[in-house]
Design a protein around this ligand. Structure first.
Ligand code: PGA
Ligand code: ZN
Length: 425
């Protein structure tokens, strides 16, 4: 079986932050036609594949993507259209070669990942398979993921004093995806009630979580535990646990210290000690980017001291890059990787990053970006690879809910498929 691509086309559209992004469509000779919306981060890792922006200050403050769109409509279309492609891997390899840079900066990682995602969708359609089944690597078990709901936003995603970027609810202990989604929604509503009653703002941050002007992580964690209980769930791994993404690269000062909360700065060592305290005091099961992307010594110590008790996820640290993940495994840094398609730039390389994690016993969490479209590719991806974890924002705002709702549809199509962390059920 091979796939004949007849056209690749990109359009400049808007993302959830009123910034331009690409919608890429791929048409096959079979008549199959599919599109993909390209996500975009705010707290990006320095080693991510590079999205191409126009830089024209007259349009969208320089953030336009007409050059990336032209690259798709020109070079990429000329490369892919009118040829038979045996697999998505061949398409992705050709895209990487055509770009010719190590970080996809010539054509733009946005142009490349949109093409790769749309091609995957069109090929799945041509084969008459749902995307989650078509993407599944050989031997992988289709599994509904634990949704990680980012219900309090700080850092680069909000205009408040919170240094930690994300406070997430993780309904690990619930029996099914739909019950986990319901728990997320009910706790979110309970949290809104608590914030309102205490005269905190219930305004939202970029990922749909509340962005109250609270000062310290501890204040937020107290509120979360209270909201979980108020909604009738038990805080912890038997019910609704908590996951953090401090996104510590953004908290780092030039002198190497970290801004922890207003007026408080910690060394790398002190940060590790602080996480030990937080993990002892609160039902935290996972910490992502607890230290900065260039603080590998700190990460070694963080992993040695906490890696046996909590999941330590590398996001800016690994940027979904197979070779950086390999270095992490060698240096015993982190025990899990965040998986973002646009950090590495093709579906094939994303699957490779996941395979490397699996071979070393590192868990994975599939992830959205803070700038999103209603595209729900990552919902299918999370089920296909069976990693058991997805984070895609609050259970609110259309571009976040689109992914969770897609998982409800997949769950309904797969009666009996397991839910939760691998090995759990
Ligand atoms: P970003 O944030 O999409 O702005 O990078 C998400 C994250 O840090 O996990
Ligand atoms: Zn992150």
């Amino acid at each position: 079986m091979s796939y004949e691509i007849t056209e690749v086309h990109a359009l400049e559209v808007l993302d959830s932050r009123a910034r331009p992004t690409l919608e890429v469509s791929v048409r096959l000779s079979s008549g199959a036609m599919a599109s993909a919306g390209v996500p975009s981060g705010a707290s990006t890792g320095t080693r991510e594949a590079v999205e191409l922006r126009d830089g024209d200050p007259e349009r969208f403050n320089g953030a336009g993507v007409t050059k990336a769109a032209s690259n798709v409509n020109g070079e990429v279309n000329r490369l892919l259209a009118g040829r038979q492609w045996p697999s998505l891997a061949e398409v992705d390899r050709a895209l990487v070669e055509l770009d010719g840079t190590a970080n996809k900066s010539r054509l733009g990682a946005n142009a490349i990942v949109g093409t790769s995602m749309a091609a995957a969708r069109a090929m799945a359609m041509a084969d008459g398979q749902p995307l989650y089944r078509w993407l599944a690597p050989q031997g992988a078990e289709l599994r509904l993921p634990v949704p990680h709901f980012n219900v309090v936003n700080g850092g680069a995603h909000a205009q408040n004093d919170l240094e930690f970027q994300e406070f997430m609810l993780a309904p690990i202990g619930l029996p099914s995806f739909h019950e986990a989604l319901r728990a997320g929604a009910e706790v979110y509503q309970a949290l809104r009630g608590l914030l309102h009653a205490r005269k905190h703002s219930t305004g939202l941050g970029d990922e749909g979580g509340f962005a109250p002007n609270l000062g310290s992580p501890e204040e937020v964690l107290d509120l979360l535990v209270e909201a979980i209980s108020k909604a009738g769930y038990s805080p912890g791994r038997q019910g609704v646990a908590i996951a953090l993404d401090p996104a510590a690269s953004e908290m780092r000062e030039p002198d190497g210290t970290y801004r922890y909360s207003p007026g408080r700065r910690f060394s790398s060592d002190e940060m590790v000690a602080r996480y030990e305290t937080l993990v002892a005091d609160y039902p935290i099961w996972s910490i992502e980017d607890g230290l900065a992307e260039d603080d590998w010594e700190g990460w070694e110590s963080l992993t040695a001291r906490l890696g046996g008790r909590v999941q330590l996820v590398g996001d800016d640290l690994f940027v979904t890059n197979p070779s950086i993940i390999r270095q992490g495994i060698e240096r015993k840094v982190a025990n899990s990787a965040l998986i973002k398609l646009n950090q590495i730039g093709t579906v094939t390389e994303t699957l490779e990053a996941i395979a490397i994690c699996n071979s070393a016993g590192y868990s994975q969490m599939v992830s959205h970006r803070s700038g999103e479209t209603p595209d729900s590719f990552i919902a299918d991806l999370s089920v296909a690879v069976g990693c058991g974890q997805l984070k895609t924002g609050a259970p609110a705002r259309g571009e976040r809910v689109a992914k969770y709702n897609r998982l409800l549809a997949i769950e309904a199509e797969l009666p009996g498929a397991p839910y939760g962390l691998p090995g759990q059920g």
